[in-house]
Design a protein around this ligand. Structure first.
Ligand code: AMP
Ligand code: ZN
Length: 482
């Protein structure tokens, strides 16, 4: 496939360190609150990327961290620990908060058909890894101790601003609103690898280390977890665009300094979901969740479709009207799939192959998911039997994850159930909704339709004996208790 690489600012042919095998890493959620639908846009697009790579035949090994310590209010290591903030807000312990929101995250992922990565590792489970890497960085002269903390020395690097699309001004730590400058830093972009003496005295989670009791910085977490599970050569690293700087820049700095060789080949960044008033963010406190969409009657997969309809490298504006449109499109799509009949006819493998080839070409062009969605309509219009169409749709859905066939089957079942209570020939049966009586009323309607009036009368009498009166109206049969 061709994929845009944020490290080179170019669309490149996707290649890996070990032919045929992909080591993939994804920055996971900071579990101090529910994931908002913006976060989930990133996870949906990363999920499609993983599924597409598998579909193309790559053997993918995907790792994700769960940030349950060390992510401070500012990505540049200042402010309060987000986990502690969550615990205080809810009068719970940090671990309780972490467990609750980790579970909530995966429940949302399930609703959105986001596959769980092969490895999911909470940051608090890898303290030994961070200590090993930080010790190595100190030994190699890339890190220093100041004011009790261990810092990475960015002046020791030949190159640092790898994703720097920002102005120098924006990068200056300490000039942001409400952010206190850390006077221990030798260079403005140095970052904390390990906190020992910090102003957060009530920090809940602390571990022993060669530099005193403390806790890891946020950036070292991803390096530690990736080196542990992906090995020394990472093929692709994913995250939302806000992670590019300083988080990913710092990950590269420390990983390459520690390893002594290039680390990750490709960087995949998903642009933001915005509302009309700006970026959706957890720290602002007000944001949209999957549960809220469900409460308002939306199918979470309509949101997935909404995300697939636009390119991951463009920011996406969320409005209720846009979501309404996606929901309408999704429902119509399911209805069209439901209309296809699997009568046991032969699947035309040649047609399947042609459509597959085109799909790989289109979606494989920098993960063009909207072309992937368009491909579904091409299949529906194809000159092929329904069995072939269903086979192709099932195949494409392995990548798109819209549950097309499952939802279509559910729709057919629902409609069949409605027909049963409607009766053939348009006999609407209304009453108290007693299934046994509905069934008898339906039998009577069917008998009448078959001109078996004796049977119809017999059922009417049977119902009467049970205290039920049936009246035929122009809309169908209506029953009531007498
Ligand atoms: P967090 O839980 O804050 O660490 O973020 C989890 C993921 O969501 C990261 O990859 C972020 O880059 C990404 N993210 C944060 N805000 C947005 C947004 N508004 N739209 C898309 N992705 C986002
Ligand atoms: Zn990360």
């Amino acid at each position: 496939m061709y994929l845009y690489n944020s490290a080179t600012h170019k669309k490149e042919t996707f290649t890996t360190h070990t032919p045929g095998h992909v080591e993939m890493y994804t920055c996971g959620p900071t579990v101090y609150h529910y994931a908002h639908i913006g976060n989930l846009r990133s996870y949906i697009m990363e999920d499609v990327l993983e599924k597409f790579l598998r579909y193309e035949g790559w053997d993918v090994h995907r790792v994700m961290n769960i940030t349950d310590v060390g992510h401070l209010a500012s990505d540049a290591d200042t402010g309060e620990d987000k986990m502690l903030k969550g615990a205080k807000r809810e009068h719970k312990s940090v671990m309780e908060i972490a467990k609750f929101y980790t579970d909530a995250f995966f429940a949302d992922c399930e609703k959105l058909n986001i596959k769980t990565p092969d490895v999911v590792e909470p940051a608090t489970d890898c303290i030994g890894e961070y200590i090993k890497i930080v010790s190595g960085l100190i030994d190699k002269g890339y890190a220093y101790l100041a004011g009790g903390n261990v810092y990475f020395d960015t002046s020791k690097l030949g190159r640092y601003y790898i994703f720097n699309d920002h102005d120098e001004e924006d990068l200056a730590v300490g000039v942001r609103e409400g952010v206190e400058e850390d006077t221990n830093k030798r260079n403005k972009n140095d970052f904390v690898l390990w906190f020992t003496k910090s102003k957060f005295e009530d920090q809940a989670l602390k571990w022993d280390s060669p530099w005193g009791v403390g806790y890891p910085g946020w950036h070292i977490e991803c390096t530690g977890i990736s080196l542990k599970h992906n090995g020394e050569y990472l093929d692709i690293h994913c995250g939302g665009i806000d992670n590019a700087f300083p988080h990913h820049t710092n990950e590269i700095a420390q990983s390459e300094a520690y390893l002594g060789h290039p680390w990750c080949k490709q960087w995949f960044h998903v642009h933001h979901l915005n509302t009309n008033s700006g970026k959706m963010s957890k720290s602002k406190g007000e944001f949209l969740t999957v549960s809220l969409l469900e409460e308002k009657g939306y199918d979470p997969l309509a949101y997935r479709l909404f995300c697939l309809q636009s390119h991951y490298r463009k920011s996406l504006v969320f409005t209720w009207e846009n979501l309404d449109n996606a929901q309408g499109t999704y429902q119509k799509l399911i209805r069209r799939v439901a209309a296809l009949k699997d009568g046991g006819g032969a699947v035309d493998q040649e047609v399947v192959g042609q459509y597959k080839e085109k799909f790989i070409q289109q979606v494989g062009n920098d993960l063009n998911t909207s072309m992937g969605v368009t491909a579904l309509y091409d299949v529906l219009k194809a000159k092929a039997n329904d069995e072939t169409k269903l086979a192709i749709l099932r195949d494409f859905d392995q990548v798109l994850g819209l549950s097309l066939l499952e939802k279509a089957a559910a729709l057919r079942e629902k409609e069949a159930a409605q027909t049963a209570s409607t009766g053939e020939g348009g006999f609407t049966i209304t009453g108290e909704g007693d299934p046994a009586i509905d069934a008898l009323v339906l039998q009577r309607a069917q008998a009448k339709k078959a001109k078996n009036f004796a049977e119809a009368d017999r059922i009417r009498d049977e119902l009467k004996a049970q205290g039920i009166e049936v009246t035929d109206t122009k809309d169908g049969a209506v029953w009531k208790r007498i």
